[in-house]
Ligand binder design. Structure first.
Ligand SMILES: [Zn+2]
Length: 467
């Protein structure tokens, strides 16, 4: 049974037009006026609303074993919350244990993702270097259709990679036509500052931002840009949080280097005053890395989005509840790092970006969907409302509002870092894989409805079409 989305305004990253959209099974098959559709077609009335490509959140961590505990949202609850917020595709960080085979990691993640309610892919983390890792990277790209690899410059003693491993991994990625993405914080500096603060008796959550100052992120960002320049590998920097790191990206782009930057909905809208709360639960809830920065940095990120120096807004969704955060009651360095936001991501960008006149609706589509599809090689199957594309669509009500709260959100955690914030611009319907997964406040996510999206290595599709 098909779906007809009627009377809306179709907004893509490149074009806006008044048209109806018809989805047959899991594809969009027609766009136009007065479309003839079979009897029994489900109708969504989009009068006064925008019909846009479903959101793509290319940075999530579902069911992640991290800092001695497992994050709350799994692939079902996480992707379901995404659907409620208009997001129809996620790319989750597949992080094999250090020393574990990358292929084992992929098979563990594939198993976990079987319950996903929406389509997904993975980035595979490389946290050490060996000939086996090199060979397995080839398998990951060619057999599994995953042409992106994650690297952590932070989390010493866990996932942190050194420069030598990054040089090898980046060079191998380039050879394979893959892109690398990197968490930029100097892990040695963080470990040094954590120990120093604890020795001086700073044990509460206020120690978290003090242990990860701007320099920690700026140094790592500059360093990894140089490493990627040496190996000539396309580079994507996850969660750029400060002006200095963004300036490093902008300089590299201006000098002709292929470097992309991602901002998080949370870094755009929350500042570091949250760590000053005397209530442990309150302050610990905001512990994530890089930490929230002063207001000037939030504005710098909006400026970066407006100027096109930041191409993607993600969530870095990883949720823990209050009880889990209390693992760091006497030591801020033991508070599980992570915050939720997949459901709120798109509304935060519309509310703070489009409503304030910083972004056009087309630019909104670019930063929440189309750019991620292009950078991660899912375009034009994802990130586009056009015949032949996947039937992943969000019907957006630009005038409706909601107040975000843990009482009503679909995240599997007992608090929200956006508690009490009212946002204007919310989905009224979400179609994923040709199914209505969300309609007028009612979530109809189906366990297991999502599929792994196979992605090509860069150059492969071009070569196939020009042989
Ligand atoms: Zn992350």
């Amino acid at each position: 049974m098909g779906i007809l989305i009627k009377n809306g305004t179709v907004v893509n990253a490149h074009q806006t037009l008044s048209a109806d959209v018809y989805c047959d099974a899991d594809k969009i098959t027609a766009i136009g006026k007065d479309l003839e559709v079979p009897a029994g077609t489900q109708i969504i009335d989009a009068d006064g609303k925008l019909v846009m490509p479903g959101g793509i959140d290319p940075h999530t961590h579902f069911e992640l074993l991290f800092m001695g505990t497992v994050s709350r949202d799994d692939f079902f609850s996480g992707t379901a919350a995404g659907l409620a917020g208009g997001t129809t595709t996620t790319i989750d960080m597949c992080i094999p244990d250090p020393g574990q085979s990358l292929l084992e990691g992929v098979s563990v993640w594939k198993q976990r993702a079987e319950k996903a309610a929406a389509d997904y892919s993975f980035h595979v983390a490389v946290s050490s270097w060996s000939t086996r890792v090199s060979e397995e990277m080839g398998e990951v790209v060619k057999t599994h259709g995953i042409p992106s690899f994650k690297h952590f410059m932070a989390y010493k003693g866990a996932y942190m990679v050194d420069d030598e491993a990054m040089l090898h991994s980046f060079a191998r990625a380039r050879e394979l036509g893959a892109i690398v993405n990197v968490h930029c914080e100097n892990g040695d500096a963080v470990a040094y500052l954590q120990a120093d603060l604890l020795r001086r008796g700073v044990t509460g959550p206020e120690g978290h931002p003090l242990s990860r100052p701007i320099e920690v992120e700026a140094e790592a960002t500059n360093r990894v840009i140089s490493i990627a320049q040496i190996t000539k590998t396309p580079l994507y920097i996850v969660h750029v949080s400060c002006k200095e790191a963004l300036e490093a990206v902008s300089r590299a782009r201006l000098s002709g280097q292929k470097v992309y930057a991602e901002a998080l909905g949370a870094h755009l809208t929350i500042d570091d005053s949250v760590y000053k709360s005397a209530d442990f639960d309150e302050a610990a809830g905001f512990v994530m890395s890089p930490p929230f920065r002063s207001k000037g940095h939030c504005q710098a990120l909006w400026n970066g989005l407006q100027a096109g120096h930041i191409q993607v807004v993600a969530s870095d969704h990883v949720t823990f509840n209050k009880e889990q955060k209390r693992m760091g009651r006497d030591n801020f360095a033991a508070i599980p790092n992570g915050t939720g936001g997949i459901e709120d991501r798109m509304s935060l960008v519309w509310d703070g970006g489009v409503r304030r006149g910083l972004l056009s609706p087309e630019e909104f589509v670019a930063v929440t969907s189309a750019n991620a599809a292009k950078i991660y090689n899912m375009w034009p199957r994802k990130g586009l409302v056009a015949p032949g594309a996947d039937a992943d669509i969000v019907v957006w009500d630009p005038h409706a509002s909601k107040t975000i709260s843990a009482k009503t959100h679909n995240h599997a955690t007992d608090f929200s870092i956006f508690e009490g914030r009212t946002v204007t611009g919310i989905p009224s319907a979400t179609v994923a894989r040709g199914r209505i997964a969300y309609l007028n406040g009612q979530l109809r996510a189906e366990r297991g409805a999502g599929r792994l999206v196979k992605r090509y290595a860069f150059g492969v599709a071009y070569a196939a079409n020009h042989a």
